[in-house]
Design a protein around this ligand. Structure first.
Ligand code: HEC
Ligand code: HEC
Ligand code: HEC
Length: 116
């Protein structure tokens, strides 16, 4: 390959790397959310605090994509069970951290669900 070809390839590579990094920077989503909690009432959720503490998006997003309303959409399609996120992720992690004596979150119904 000629030198100019290599230079062009390197420029294209660096530009796509910069674009990928910019996207990663933009796409962290809302800092604070209110999740739909059915009859028990909505669940306030500090998204950014979890991102900063856990440093692993897939601690949650392994079950649902990084999109607003993703959980409700998968519930409606029947590919995600109701309370699955709550039990397998939220409560499971908070319980495990408590057991291990680490910083943790709420494990009681009324600490998460805010009846209005
Ligand atoms: C502790 C769980 C958890 C972790 C960790 C987490 N998220 Fe989320 N994220 C959620 C929940 C819950 C929603 C809301 C889904 C819904 O609306 O159904 C969400 C939604 C989103 C959305 C779409 C909503 C919006 O406001 O635009 C984006 C984008 C997103 N997350 C990005 C990320 C990224 C990037 C990371 C890692 C740096 C991350 N999340 C880590 C739980 C988490
Ligand atoms: C750590 C926070 C947390 C705790 C503790 C918690 N929940 Fe939830 N709950 C959620 C979240 C988030 C959702 C929505 C996601 C899902 O359905 O998995 C939810 C959803 C629900 C739903 C709606 C499911 C549906 O059919 O639409 C019910 C009902 C519910 N929880 C009851 C309870 C009860 C009862 C308790 C106590 C035994 C409890 N929750 C404890 C966070 C929590
Ligand atoms: C993989 C672990 C993990 C998962 C999954 C997780 N959390 Fe947490 N959560 C934590 C930790 C750790 C803390 C304590 C953070 C701190 O002290 O700064 C916490 C704290 C909280 C708090 C208290 C925040 C405060 O400042 O008092 C709430 C509310 C909460 N989590 C809700 C949820 C909900 C709702 C979900 C599910 C959508 C969830 N968490 C999923 C680890 C997790």
């Amino acid at each position: 390959m000629r030198l100019s070809g290599i230079v062009v390839l390197m420029i294209v590579f660096l530009m796509s790397l910069a674009a990928a990094l910019a996207v990663a920077e933009q796409n962290k989503g809302a800092e604070q959310m209110e999740l739909e909690g059915g009859t028990r009432g909505p669940v306030p959720f500090p998204h950014r605090q979890h991102q900063d503490n856990l440093e692993d998006c897939n601690a949650c997003h392994a079950l649902f994509p990084q999109e607003a309303g993703a959980i409700g959409k998968l519930h409606a399609e029947g590919t995600l069970k109701r309370q699955q996120v709550m039990k397998e992720q939220c409560i499971a992690c908070h319980r495990e951290n408590k057991r291990e004596g680490k910083d943790s979150g709420p494990t009681l119904c009324s600490q998460c669900h805010q009846r209005k």
